[in-house]
Write a protein that binds this ligand. Sequence first.
Ligand code: NAP
Ligand code: GDD
Length: 398
Amino acid sequence: MKKALITGITGQDGSYLTEFLLSKGYIVYGVIRRSSSFNTGRIDHIYQDPHDPSPRMRLIYGDLNDASSLNKIIRTVEPDEIYNLGAQSHVRVSFDVPEYTAEITGLGTVRLLEAIRETGVQTRFYQASSSEMYGNSPSPQSEHTPFQPRSPYAAAKVYAHWMTVNYREGYGLFACNGILFNHESPRRGETFVSRKITKAVARIKLGQQERLFLGNLDAKRDWGYARDYMEAVWLMLQQDEPDDYVIATGETNSVRDFLGEAFGYVDLDWQKYVEIDPRYYRPTEVDVLLGDASKARQKLGWRPKVKFRDLVRMMVDADLQAESTRASDPAVARNHELLGNLQAKSSCPVERNTISSKPKMWSASTEMHSPTWSSILRAKSAASEPIAPTQANFSTIT
Ligand code: NAP
Ligand code: GDD
């Protein structure tokens, strides 16, 4: 059975990749960082009791800022594949915390690469590179387009990208960069523009919100579906040779287009609700991202399945369900919000959702889940409005 190690397992992509790898029969180890509040909402539905004889998903405390934890994890787990999805991933925020962004998003990658080299563990490495690295390079952008980073986040990603190439060429590491264009889902963080819009659409439609404040509406992005993109990420590590790949849909739309599609879907005119707040402007903006993923198509056989319009509708539907449930049952609503009502019908075969207070391999201090809260929420949600019969509808977020 193959072992995969994922940093950023609690994020949007981490949750989809974990589902995908479990469905492929992997044992998945996820690095989570200490938080004063629960941050595992996106993966609670696939969490397995470590008291089971052989749980296939295990969580480990670590941090991209802490080389010794990464070394220890890699040495102990000896993963066949490592997916580095962890990052301070918000572009606007990176202007506020540039040094921290460099530390986690840039140097964090080097810490992992060094840990692999030092331990000598034979593994394959995936680095979550980003279309943001292209900055204002002309579109369509491919693997041959030069990077012109226009944010601390992008600069950190460029550094991590080239370090990954360096370790591949210098030390023969099987290391790949996936240059992923924007990908969204109902599990997208609420401060990214897509989710900010779809959540607002739902709340406005339900009479819970009156206005939506946004920044630059002219920026264009190549928006795809996160679940599709995680399959491409896995494919990269299954090739005979390591390489770098652009993953994109080949279609670009403006934030304005997104607004039109999302509000239009529920028969609302976005111009009546949206106001510009300059605080959401960035000191430097990336105007147009449009990816050319022909290399991934040819070499990986990968194509996106979900197009822009369906993606927007899927997200609006999920937020409508979450927001309409919120009033009657906030816990279930939170679950809808984190997983997305459509995503909840996951192909993941792992149905065990018991709660642990002691992950198997690691120290007893790992009290990540409260059995009391979780079982109460699970029972409540099962009784009220199940998302899918095979999933536990609890959330650890209270
Ligand atoms: P996300 O939802 O923001 O998730 C980021 C993950 O990184 C979370 O699990 C977060 O943990 C973790 N993390 C943050 N700081 C960490 C630290 N110091 N140590 C360990 N883990 C840490 O991001 P995403 O959308 O899933 O994206 C996944 C990766 O792909 C990121 O590297 C992102 O930069 C990159 N990327 C994303 C896109 C996109 O459109 N989504 C496109 C290109 C590249 P917490 O839950 O505790 O915060
Ligand atoms: N977040 C946000 N909030 N963005 C806004 C807003 C707003 O209120 N109003 C307009 N925008 C514009 C931003 O200026 C940007 O041009 C565009 O919407 C998309 O912003 P985000 O959704 O925050 O995504 P991003 O493109 O900056 O970054 C995402 O994609 C990258 C890949 O290109 C993140 O997921 C990065 O981690 C990822 O690397």
